[in-house]
Write a protein that binds this ligand. Structure first.
Ligand code: UD2
Length: 353
């Protein structure tokens, strides 16, 4: 009888141990599955695999504070002198089309960081002080801002007092004998920068800006979007056949006379990190493939950016308020100049004329 009880007890113990073993294997395999799934997601976001996949973001979930009071919006009154929406229904941002207080309160809750890249190679370092000082006054005031300066003269980066929550990182880059190369290489460096940042910041934004420019007015949350393009101030009254797109079919930046929506500038563009990563990577690889075949697009990376935006429509378009040129008189439809290129003497500042 005692022997029988011992055998029964042993069987129960062995069976329990077996069940526990099976349970353990099941749990650890499922855990590994979740981990692999997460890693694949991170790889995709990194652009390491399936780089055409744009990960889902929460950009469009806009939560406003209940107690905020602001002027009643109207669908009957508003700007009538300019077009405020593209044919693919992306907003075109002009003064008078948005409420800055409302937008700030929506986006401040999201706790986002807005980065800006700016290149100051060779003599262009002379523009950096004004760029940084005016960015303090107008660019995403009250938000977390991270400015990345790429330069071959890190010792000459000016000390500019920055408000709490704003920071500056300086990255050394080699100089070059050709301005075309400096301008075009920006895409490669932006791509690399985002690859380093992306895993932890996929809901954040970046703007890539020319250094020979100053801020004069608010540039804030109204400019945020998945993929953001800025309309070039020099061509917005022209027909598309007159836009200075790359017109040689041999180039990957080619656009035919009947193609193209607007002429966008290379001096300002941005959006969510993963969108800008995809843009920079595509423009860089097309630029490099062209170079292998001995062709350089008419306006370097600006031509490739225009080709990219023809296929990948920007989700927000910024009016020329967001990149004017100091030498141009202000047009009546431009109620405010927010950012503008300074007048410069190309022969004096570029490494090659
Ligand atoms: C236009 C575009 C510019 C770029 C270029 C074509 C605008 C307002 N500007 O300007 O973005 O697409 O055409 O290549 O849309 N840089 C240096 N050191 C140099 C040369 C250039 O740091 O020696 C950097 C600097 O950040 C500068 C940018 O590259 O702002 C563009 O160069 P640019 O201003 O000389 O080009 P630009 O005026 O022809």
């Amino acid at each position: 009888m005692k022997h029988l009880i011992n055998t029964k007890a042993l069987t129960v113990v062995v069976l329990s141990a077996l069940m526990l073993g099976v349970l353990f294997c099941y749990i650890s395999l499922s855990y590994r599955g979740v981990a692999l799934f997460k890693q694949n997601n991170i790889n995709q976001q990194n652009g390491l695999a399936a780089d055409d996949v744009i990960p889902v973001s929460h950009e469009f979930h806009l939560v406003a504070p209940d107690l905020l009071r602001y002027e009643q919006p109207s669908i009957l009154r508003g700007r009538t002198d300019v077009v405020t929406v593209t044919p693919w229904l992306a907003p075109v941002v002009w003064e008078g089309t948005f409420n800055p207080v409302l937008l700030d309160s929506i986006y401040k809750r999201k706790n986002i960081t807005v980065s800006a890249t700016v290149f100051a190679v060779g003599k262009y370092i002379m523009f950096l002080k004004d760029f940084l000082e005016t960015a303090e006054q107008h660019f995403f005031v009250g938000f977390k801002v991270h400015i990345y300066v790429f330069t071959d003269r890190p010792n000459e980066v000016p000390q500019v007092r920055m408000a709490a929550g704003r920071q500056l990182t300086v990255r050394s880059v080699p100089s070059s004998k050709r301005w075309q190369e400096i301008s075009a290489r920006r895409m490669e460096l932006i791509q690399t920068l985002i690859e380093e940042q992306l895993p932890n910041h996929s809901d954040d934004y970046v703007f890539c800006l020319d250094v020979d420019s100053k801020f004069h007015g608010r540039w804030g949350a109204e400019s945020l979007g998945g993929l953001v393009a800025v309309i070039h101030p020099g061509y917005y009254k022209d027909g598309r056949s007159r836009f200075p797109y790359e017109r040689r079919p041999a180039s990957r930046a080619y656009l035919a006379p009947e193609e193209g929506d607007f002429y966008y500038c290379g001096g300002a563009f941005g959006g969510l990190l993963q969108e800008v990563h995809h843009l920079a990577k595509t423009c860089r690889s097309n630029f490099e493939a062209d170079a292998q075949e001995g062709i350089e697009a008419a306006w370097q990376e600006e031509s490739h950016l225009n080709r990219y935006m023809w296929i990948n429509k920007p989700t927000k378009v910024l009016s020329p308020e967001y990149l004017w040129q100091d030498f141009k008189p202000q047009n009546p439809e431009v109620h405010i100049i927010r950012f503008s290129g300074v007048v410069k003497n190309y022969a004096e500042i570029r490494p090659n004329a």
